[in-house]
Design a protein around this ligand. Structure first.
Ligand SMILES: N[C@@H](CCC(=O)N[C@@H](CS)C(=O)NCC(=O)O)C(=O)O
Length: 305
């Protein structure tokens, strides 16, 4: 009898583990905004003969699961897989990072992308910018500027995506996001800085609202002028340096900043990317990356689609 109990415990246990892995795997495919995207992902799967249509049928069930099991279904499966391969992960203490993020925030996406590339797990805390949660007294204690993202690591609080990426780079050696070569390193910092100081701050939500209210500027047109000016500079900067990725054959910080910025330029501000062939090619590369997909707005627990 004891023997059968032991066997059944083992079978049930294994089944649960396999079940959770399956749910997690499915979870990576849910919440995609476009059906073609789902179908495309199914097509890349080793089980493509069976799952293309089933994916779509299970979509609503998985959507509900995603909201009850957000940590499992957003990025954990991917992170666990990456962490186990990280060179120094065993020497690190258990991670207790908390990321305050908003699903549509491109600045938050940079950090989610960096965390994902480095295989660092974290707790996701949503701050609803549309409902003004960034102005709550609790959040103000974390960032008096009222912006996401904010990363909390124990007693350390960092409230700027650029600083957060550098912090992660120094603390977590796996999958370096800055090259050793000084010139290439500077190029990566320059690209990140252009996006972080000369493009995104000029078209962020609050600025667009003020431009309209105070000067009657058409927000979409204003944003397009700013983005196109910045993209032209980035296009010139990268045309002699880009390889598969922005600064060569490895993915680095320049890519971490470029990918969400290009995505938002296309999806939200209707930028005609034909003027920017290098950036367009890079964007195609980013879209195929599991880390880009897992950190994308639609996959986050607070996504409203
Ligand atoms: N330089 C900051 C900028 C942060 C920022 O602009 N965040 C935007 C979302 S992408 C925000 O929180 N906006 C809130 C608002 O405009 O009220 C960073 O890189 O983290």
């Amino acid at each position: 009898m004891a023997f059968y109990k032991a066997i059944s415990r083992r079978v049930v246990g294994r089944t649960s583990v396999v079940g959770i892995r399956c749910i997690s795997w499915w979870g990576q495919c849910i919440d995609a905004p476009r059906k073609e995207q789902l179908a495309g992902m199914a097509d890349q799967s080793p089980y493509k003969a069976n799952i293309g249509v089933k994916h779509l049928r299970f979509h609503s069930v998985l959507h509900n699961l995603a909201h009850t099991l957000p940590t499992i279904l957003t990025m954990d499966p991917f992170v666990q897989q990456k962490s186990s391969g990280a060179s120094n992960s065993s020497s690190l203490p258990p991670s207790k990072l908390v990321l305050y993020s908003y699903w549509q925030s491109s600045c938050s996406w940079r950090v989610r992308f960096a965390l994902c590339l480095k295989g660092i797990s974290y707790e996701y805390k949503a701050v609803d910018l549309l409902r003004g949660e960034q102005f709550s007294p609790e959040f103000e204690k974390l960032n008096p500027l009222h912006y996401v993202p904010v990363l909390v690591d124990g007693s350390v609080v960092i409230s700027d995506s650029y600083a957060i990426c550098l912090y992660l780079e120094e603390k977590y050696a796996q999958k370096p996001l800055l090259p050793v070569d000084p010139q290439l390193r500077a190029l990566n910092l320059q690209v990140g800085s252009i996006i972080n100081s000369s493009i995104q701050p000029l078209h962020m939500m609050g600025v667009l609202k003020n431009m309209e209210k105070m000067f009657g500027a058409e927000p979409q047109v204003w944003a397009q002028v700013i983005i196109e000016k910045g993209f032209l500079a980035l296009e010139r900067l990268l045309q002699d340096n880009a390889g598969t990725y922005a600064t060569g054959e490895e993915i680095y910080m320049a890519d971490v900043f470029l990918a969400p910025q290009i995505d938002i330029a296309i999806q939200k501000f209707n930028i005609d990317m034909r003027k920017f062939p290098v950036l367009s090619r890079l964007y195609e590369t980013y879209k195929a990356l599991p880390e880009f997909q897992a950190s994308s707005p639609e996959r986050q627990a607070d996504a409203c689609i």
